[in-house]
Design a protein around this ligand. Structure first.
Ligand SMILES: Nc1ncnc2c1ncn2[C@@H]1O[C@H](COP(=O)(O)OP(=O)(O)OP(=O)(O)O)[C@@H](O)[C@H]1O
Ligand SMILES: [Mg+2]
Length: 380
């Protein structure tokens, strides 16, 4: 999958620009605060249906402009024509997402049309931060690959939200029937079991790829491990058989039915996949507690490279790789390693220097674009 063209209008500090992207390495370079990350954010908008920097849609509209639009032409391998994805962002109305002019009825309907792997320095917190950041990594990666995952997650999140509100009402004396609790327990356990199963499988694939990248990157000196940690799906049942989706469903259902007093006191749902984690370690030591800065960076990169490999295995083509300000923090050896691993794929990288691309990449494969004051100029 490749992005052939991106068009911006009244988006952030970009008034009106259109860029052609090459199928290999694209370097967006320029001074600080010129619009480089804005461009990546605009392209990645279609992978997630929102800004990766946590900005609200209206914050993406240029100051003083009534609306903004972003468009990308996405080419699938083997397809004759690219597909145009567009978003129109308005201050006083809902955003409008479309594909070749046909409007999507929801964001989730669009997810998967552009599959991209994004890496930026903030992703280091995936390694050292809270479980929520690692769950988000899994959710974004799985959503791009499986529309049914988006559906399960939205059913699950809605059920947890409503159930939490009910728990708080019940704790202040509002009467809630047994049947009502059972409906929520059934809804949550049904969707949670599917989510846990898909995350568990994904974590297994991640582990394989990460081990191989990591051992190359560190010359075999450091052995990483990745495990999905779920109280619904312990590794094995007592009889030694692997856990099934039905086991997970039953466990969660029983937990949610039999601990209502504790949950009402807490005012929130204490069991479920919103409590799970991806346990990461290097040489047996938890990365959250023991990994050095360099190890965190290596782990985060390995996770992103693995995300790309899994995406290709599942869809038959590589996603687009968007690297925001990643190379400036890496030594020459590691830059060369990453570029070697990404060779043959479409990459868009931002940097303050045009000279970030290591020597192992042929200069004929690199397109340089200078970004200055929201304007983009191609430079050879
Ligand atoms: N809604 C908006 N309207 C107009 N300008 C905006 C808007 N949102 C952000 N900007 C401006 O966009 C500019 C460029 O931001 P961007 O994050 O893309 O910079 P950058 O080139 O990646 O810089 P750095 O090298 O520091 O990361 C900022 O100066 C910011 O003020
Ligand atoms: Mg930036």
């Amino acid at each position: 999958m490749k992005v052939k063209r991106a068009v911006f209008s009244n988006y952030r500090n970009i008034a009106a620009e259109e860029i052609e992207l090459s199928s290999s390495v694209n370097v967006l370079w320029g001074l600080n605060a010129q619009g480089k990350s804005n461009i990546l954010e605009g392209i990645y908008y279609f992978a997630r249906g929102r800004s990766f920097r946590g900005a609200k849609d209206r914050e993406l509209i240029s100051f003083d402009a009534p609306f903004a639009s972003i468009g990308v032409d996405v080419e699938r391998d083997g397809a004759q024509y690219p597909v145009r994805l567009e978003v129109l962002l308005r201050r006083d109305a809902k955003k409008r997402l479309s594909r070749n002019g046909a409007v999507f009825s929801s964001v989730s309907e669009m997810i998967g049309n552009l599959r991209a792997v994004l890496f930026c320095p903030a992703h280091l917190s995936m390694i050292s931060g809270s479980p929520a950041e690692r769950r988000q990594f899994l959710d974004i990666a799985l959503s791009q690959l499986h529309p049914e995952y988006i559906e399960l997650l939205s059913v699950y999140k809605a059920a947890v939200g409503e159930r939490n509100a009910l728990l708080r009402r019940a704790s202040s004396g509002f009467p809630v029937s047994k049947e009502e609790w059972e409906v929520y327990a059934a809804q949550m356990s049904e969707s949670a079991a599917g989510i846990a199963k898909m995350r568990l499988e994904y974590a297994g694939e991640l582990a394989t790829h990460i081990s191989s990248f990591f051992s190359d990157m560190t010359d075999g000196g450091e052995a990483p491990s990745v495990e999905y940690e779920s109280h619904l799906l312990p590794k094995e049942r007592e009889d030694g058989e692997p856990f099934s989706e039905d086991d997970a469903k039953e466990r969660l259902y029983n937990k949610l039915i039999s601990n209502l007093d504790r949950e009402q006191a807490a005012g929130s749902t204490l069991w479920g996949v919103h409590k799970d984690d991806l346990k990461l370690s290097i040489n047996g030591c938890d990365t959250r507690l023991y990994a050095s800065q360099g190890q965190q960076r290596s782990f985060a990169l390995a996770m992103k490279l693995a995300e790309g490999e899994i995406s290709r295995k599942s869809t038959g083509e590589y996603p687009v790789f968007l690297l925001d300000d990643v190379f400036s923090e890496l030594d020459a050896g590691r830059r060369a390693f990453i570029m070697d691993k990404l060779s043959g794929r479409q990459i868009v990288v931002t940097s303050c220097e045009p000279s970030v691309i290591p020597d192992n990449v042929s200069s004929s494969d690199v397109t340089f674009m200078e970004v200055s004051g929201g304007r983009i100029r191609e430079r050879k």
